[in-house]
Design a protein around this ligand. Structure first.
Ligand code: GLA
Length: 379
């Protein structure tokens, strides 16, 4: 893909790029909506993502192109206004440019920019974090700066929170930044502190992308964020991570029933992340699988960020041989289901699940046997 990205850059701009950077998409393994509540989460970087190629321009013009859109978009170097419509994808690199000075880094003035991707977008696999991190690495390199990986991750998150306007936690950017092949990234979001743990050899990931997306997905995500903060206030803590199951039960009367359900999802989910980490260390994939499915049920009934399509896939997968567990991955309200399977699960099983889904909903999901990969890097 590096070669291909450079070729496309040449085709658009008539010269070679000076810098190419890459950042992967991610699977949320377990830890649903725990990150912005200060909890813990496990994720895996995929072996696919976004490549960003850049070359400086002395005339101070900024041009942005993507292999998925038409002609380059020109944006004045002093123009950091958020865009709408067909060019709104430019908000990701623009958000990074706006974030750089906040972290003491210099935003390059003029450049030609091209992004390519082999990651399905809108599937809940964090193509947005991938483009943010690849852009951040490329821009920092242009400015001759190589800050710590934590800083690159925070630049990406800052762009998403403050420019794109999604109040996400650190999961997506953290996993894209710290991913390693055959390992899961464990994040304690309060630091945040990043670590990796080995992924047992017989764990395979299959992703079923429904191509459905709730029209209000960003608004619903923000609403869940608000509900969690209201729950924390009601319980007298600053973030839900400070409340355990006993504290939540004790404070139940102080919370509206819906707010209690949201809080219970988060508190139980943080406990499930801990249990999954232990079971992974023991190589007990059956136990891990049960936790994954329990996480989905909690999304379905308590956090209410699932959909009929996602529930159908989890039901079909968890009654299929060689599947340890399955759950929605990411924010929810559409997107994809991830299944953890043994190596005995193959195309035949995946096709049967996809066919049952098609029978019910009229369209087939995209199926991806996903491999883990390394985190963001300069190439
Ligand atoms: C999205 C957000 C993450 C996280 C997940 C839900 O992917 O970007 O920060 O909150 O949803 O766990």
């Amino acid at each position: 893909m590096k070669q291909l990205t450079a070729q496309k850059f040449r085709a658009v701009y008539g010269r070679a790029p000076e810098i190419v950077a890459y950042a992967p998409g991610r699977i949320e393994f377990i830890g649903n909506h725990t990150d912005y509540n200060g909890g813990t989460v496990l994720g895996a970087a995929l072996d696919r993502g976004v490549w960003v190629a850049v070359a400086g321009r002395p005339d101070g013009r900024r041009q942005f192109a993507s292999d998925q859109r038409g002609a380059p978009v020109e944006v004045r170097a002093d123009d950091l206004t958020k865009r709408g419509g067909a060019t709104s994808w430019v908000n990701y690199p623009l958000g990074v440019l706006a974030a750089l000075p906040v972290f003491g880094a210099t935003a390059p003035k003029g450049f030609d920019y091209l992004a390519t991707s082999n990651l399905p977008s809108g599937a809940g696999l964090s193509s947005s974090a991938a483009i943010e991190l690849a852009s951040a690495l490329a821009f920092l390199e242009m400015a001759g700066e190589r800050p710590a990986r934590e800083t690159v991750v925070q630049i990406g998150k800052h762009a998403e929170n403050n420019f794109v306007g999604v109040p996400c936690g650190i999961l997506d950017q953290g996993v894209s930044g710290f991913g390693q092949k055959n390992r899961l990234v464990f994040i304690d979001c309060r630091g945040p502190v990043f670590a990796t743990v080995p992924l047992p050899g017989d764990a395979h990931f299959w992703i079923f992308n429904t191509h459905t997306k709730h029209a209000l997905v960003d608004g619903l995500y923000a609403a869940r964020h608000r509900e969690c903060m209201a729950a924390a206030r009601g319980l007298g803590v600053s973030l839900l991570v400070e409340a355990d199951a006993a504290a939540l039960e004790a404070g139940k009367a102080k919370l509206a029933p819906e707010i209690f359900k949201r809080a219970k999802h988060v508190v139980d989910e943080i406990a499930r992340v801990g249990a999954a980490k232990v079971a992974l260390a023991e190589g007990d994939l059956v136990a891990v699988g049960k936790l994954l499915t329990a996480s989905h049920r909690s999304s379905q009934f308590l956090f209410e960020n699932s959909t009929a399509e996602l529930d159908f896939l989890v039901d079909a997968l968890t009654t299929t041989a060689h599947v340890f567990g399955a759950r929605l991955t990411g924010g929810g309200f559409g997107g994809a289901v991830m299944a953890m399977t043994s190596g005995a699960f193959g195309d035949k099983e995946a096709r049967a699940v996809a066919a049952a889904y098609r029978e019910k909903f009229g369209t087939a999901p995209d199926v991806l046997h996903a491999l883990t990969g390394d985190g963001a890097m300069l190439l």
